[in-house]
Design a protein around this ligand. Structure first.
Ligand code: SF4
Length: 492
């Protein structure tokens, strides 16, 4: 394709550039100026680069947020947030300065309240600091929403080790993260309890739990792939994480290890520390010698999160010898559930930070998540819209994590009742709890669209068939008790 030149030396757009539904343009990453917030007006670049400073200045409550933003944000916003914390939040508040600085990133005119509307509209604020008025009042939760919506605890083969797929496991080494996302699928276990959710606690000591996980993997040669997760591995002191990884690498059957850390996005300063980089380099060297693929999986949901320091941390991990850094985002209405937002994010990851767009998960059916969730039909449309712009290897798959099944590409469903918003899925492997279930591979497994997205007849059906449910608080309390009993049974 030739470039057409017009008078004055400008190049005219070619067919590839004009009239496309998505107008691709390479954009430079930007670190927003943190001194625009009154609470950080004197913070230096040296402070900002320090992981200790970042951790010490995380925002953990509304009082700290008021100190940071002052009267740039109107009182009604703070009250909205406080109400959400009391009545809806399934995750406690924890936002590192790095993430906070990507909210409403552009300069606003100074003056009382001038930041309010930008904060209400901001995509990163919408999932890191949800407010009560963000949530739906007609159906705040789906009637089938549950605390452990993926039934990971049911599939624990050692405390925190989920064996769901035939050849791979998820190892939850710890239940904390440097940041807490409002939509966290592991809200049952991760983070501090909130007024609404009493969290489960691991019962075993970390050292014993990790030893049991490794023991299971030694005894189970059919497992070749371990997601080393949490929580977030950035919250594990590096020497302990290195010790676990070193032992993992000694197990002959383990061929793939992925380190799960949103901190690469939320607290990249962690992965830029000299001792951590040196440690990753040591582990990556051993992995290479043994022919094991060691990669990092991170979690970015919006292009604004991808800043120069995130790119620097990603580069540091690749330089340290990781095979790849990949992104597993979550599809969230109001954050990224439109084609341009998804493509902007993918290009920022790929062009700016050499992070591979990999998956977008549909938001799981946890309590109070209906305002974030989209229907399977919408997810299919989004998958269609993002095809063809990115290289094939970097085109993310949009997947639905179907309870008792696992990840399914959104076009893989077996049947779909669009009126009731029920999709039906099948699977081609047994999970660890179905080894003797003759129906496991014939059964249809259900996933539910948000009710507010259904036609009126479907919404009417749900009103009639879920009206007798316990009120939300009672339902969650009952579920907490069931989860605790289940945990005790699993470990018995
Ligand atoms: S970083 Fe991951 S595990 Fe931690 S709160 Fe966010 S989604 Fe949950």
């Amino acid at each position: 394709m030739s470039i057409q030149t017009v008078s004055g030396g400008m190049t005219a757009p070619t067919w590839a550039e004009s009239g496309q539904p998505y107008p691709y343009a390479r954009t430079e990453l930007v670190e927003p100026d943190w001194t625009r917030f009154p609470g950080w007006k004197d913070v230096t670049a040296e402070d900002w680069a320090s992981v200790q400073w970042q951790r010490a200045h995380c925002v953990k409550n509304v009082k700290q947020l008021r100190t940071l933003w002052g009267d740039l944000v109107e009182e009604r916003f703070y009250e909205d947030l406080e109400r959400d914390q009391r009545e809806r939040a399934t995750m406690s508040m924890l936002v590192p300065p790095q993430m906070m600085n990507t909210m409403a990133p552009r300069d606003v005119p100074a003056g009382p309240g001038s930041l309010t509307e930008a904060m209400y509209a901001d995509p990163i604020r919408r999932y890191m600091l949800p407010v009560f008025s963000d949530r739906r009042t007609d159906w705040p939760s789906h009637p089938h929403a549950t605390r452990d919506s993926l039934h990971e605890h049911d599939m624990w083969v050692a405390e925190g080790l989920t064996h769901r797929y035939p050849t791979k496991v998820l190892a939850e080494l710890l239940p904390t993260c440097p940041q807490y996302c409002g939509h966290c699928t592991r809200m049952d276990l991760v983070g501090n309890s909130t007024p609404v959710i009493d969290k489960l606690k691991f019962l075993g000591k970390p050292v014993d739990r990790h030893a049991e996980m490794l023991d299971y993997l030694r005894r189970t040669p059919s497992v070749r792939d371990v997601v080393v997760s949490g929580g977030d591995v950035a919250n594990m002191p590096w020497p302990r994480l290195e010790e676990f990884l070193t032992q993992l690498l000694e197990i002959e059957n383990i061929r793939d290890i992925r380190l799960a850390t949103k901190a690469l996005i939320g607290l990249p300063q962690h992965w830029l520390q000299d001792d951590v980089r040196a440690g990753v380099e040591r582990v990556a060297r051993v992995a290479r010698q043994r022919g094991v693929s060691l990669a990092m999986h991170t979690h970015a949901n919006h292009a604004n999160s991808i800043t120069p320091i995130v790119a620097e941390a990603s580069r540091a991990m690749l330089d340290a010898g990781l095979r790849d850094v990949r992104n597993q985002g979550v599809l969230l209405a109001g954050v990224n559930a439109d084609p341009n937002s998804l493509l902007d994010l993918c290009f920022a990851l790929l062009d700016g930070a050499q992070i591979m767009p990999y998956y977008f998960y549909m938001c799981d059916m946890i309590p109070f998540s209906e305002h974030w969730r989209v229907s399977v039909a919408d997810a299919q449309r989004l998958q269609h819209h993002v095809m063809g712009y990115l290289p094939g290897f970097a085109t993310p798959r949009i997947v639905c994590d179907v309870p008792f099944v696992g990840k399914r590409w959104v076009h893989q469903l077996a049947d779909y009742d669009r009126e009731l918003g029920i999709s039906y899925w099948t699977k081609n492997y047994r999970t660890s709890i179905e080894s003797t279930d003759p129906e496991a591979l014939q059964r249809h497994y259900e996933y539910y669209d948000p009710i507010h997205t259904l036609p009126e007849a479907g919404q009417q059906w749900w009103r009639q068939h879920s009206g007798d449910n316990l009120v939300e608080a009672e339902r969650l309390a009952a579920e907490s008790r069931r989860a605790a009993e289940q945990q005790a049974l699993t470990l018995a």
